[in-house]
Design a protein around this ligand. Structure first.
Ligand code: IPM
Ligand code: MG
Length: 364
């Protein structure tokens, strides 16, 4: 029997509620399998750790999780600590330290969920956004000088390497190729950003030659926002730079009904390091500690983790259970206009996993 070693990092705010819920669901998955189980190690890194130790995670933190099979992450963000400190001290440290260069964000309108677009039926919106996750606008390169003087200056340099662009575009073409429509939209801004984005476009054309069966096109990032709203069915797989995809993926999540549902995978496709799975939503301090957080974003992230681990049957069974639960409005949390609690949604998913219906779907 295989045992997957999972690091859990709840982080801050509702991360402390949804990560334990994700763990419960993984335990329910393990309970129905004779082939694999999970061994969890919990890490208390985040805002509280920072208040005690002055850092978001210990200096040798990456070594403590380097050998895990995967990481389940909640959220990082604290109203009393600057956002760039919480982000760079924990989540980006892990993403960049483990070279998780492919950030993958699927979006669909799940059963029972109402999206805000009047003319969009659920089948029209089925996207995966691939976000470059290691450089670009988040390279961290830049600085400040003349601080406190009238001539103060600050730069954030967007840095793109040929190797970095090639690998994310190749990843995106491969992902598009694996989906039924084999359709990729490369998001760009090469009309205004005339160096790096022009290189990005050139590399897209080069890499596309390796994937003759993928239909692809370019779209400027601003035009892409309008197209997502007006012609959602014209899109399938999208690939964009770090910041462009950050913005587009929030729009995508909102168009699919709620940020509380959206999942993310931070992948090292070469599997040199563990990959990290997390809901897209933040720490949501306004509802923390009340048991009201929507755990579906975490559960869908767990589906992505199971896929990454190669447990496709379990991934399908969990996705089926999630879709049953979202289909029942009495199991909607507040972000979806319902009254259900984190615990009720979690128990409903676990109960389905324990029942025969989920087993049947796994076999299918
Ligand atoms: C995301 C988030 C983060 C990002 C924030 C928390 C810095 O918005 O994962 O999309 O911009 O990368
Ligand atoms: Mg974002």
């Amino acid at each position: 029997m295989k045992t997957y070693r999972i690091a859990t990092i709840p982080g801050d705010g509702i991360g402390k509620e949804v990560v334990p819920a994700g763990k419960r669901v993984l335990e329910a998955i393990a309970a129905r399998s004779n082939d694999f189980g999970f061994e969890f190690e919990d890490f208390d890194w985040g805002g509280d750790y920072y208040r005690q130790h002055g850092v978001m995670m210990p200096a040798d933190g990456l070594d403590a999780i380097r050998d895990k099979d995967a990481i389940l992450f909640g959220s990082a963000g604290d109203p009393h600590i600057p956002d760039h400190v919480t982000l760079w001290g924990l989540r980006l440290k892990i993403c960049q330290g483990f070279d998780q260069y492919a950030n993958v964000r699927p979006t669909r309108i799940l059963p029972g969920i109402e999206g805000p677009l009047k003319r969009c039926s659920p089948k029209d919106l089925d996207w995966v956004i691939v976000r470059e996750n290691s450089e670009g606008e988040y390279s961290g390169v830049g600085g400040r000088a003349h601080q406190g003087h009238p001539i103060e200056v600050a730069t954030d340099v967007s840095l793109m390497t040929r190797a970095g662009v090639e690998r994310i575009l190749r990843f995106a073409f491969r992902l598009a190729q694996s989906r039924p429509r084999k359709l990729l939209t490369v998001i760009t801004k090469s009309n205004a950003q005339r160096h790096a984005m022009v290189m990005w476009d050139e590399i897209a054309l080069e890499v596309s030659k390796e994937f003759p069966d993928v239909t692809w096109g370019k779209e400027l990032v601003d035009a892409a926002t309008a197209r997502m709203v007006n012609r959602p069915a014209s899109l399938d797989t999208l690939v964009a730079t770090n910041l462009h995809a950050d913005i587009l993926s929030d729009l995508a999540a909102a168009l699919a009904g709620s940020l509380g549902i959206a999942p993310t995978a931070n992948l090292d496709p070469e599997r040199r390091y563990p990959s990290m799975f997390e809901p897209i939503h933040g720490s949501a301090f306004d509802i923390m500690g009340k048991g009201l957080a929507n755990p579906i974003g975490t559960f869908w992230s767990v589906v992505m983790m199971l896929e990454h681990l190669g447990e496709r049957g379990a991934a399908r069974a969990l996705m089926t259970a999630i879709e049953h639960v979202t289909g029942d409005p009495t199991l909607h949390t507040g972000d979806l206009g319902g009254k259900a609690t984190t615990a009720q949604v979690t128990e409903a998913v676990c109960a389905l996993l324990a029942s025969n219906s989920a087993v049947t779907s796994e076999a299918a």
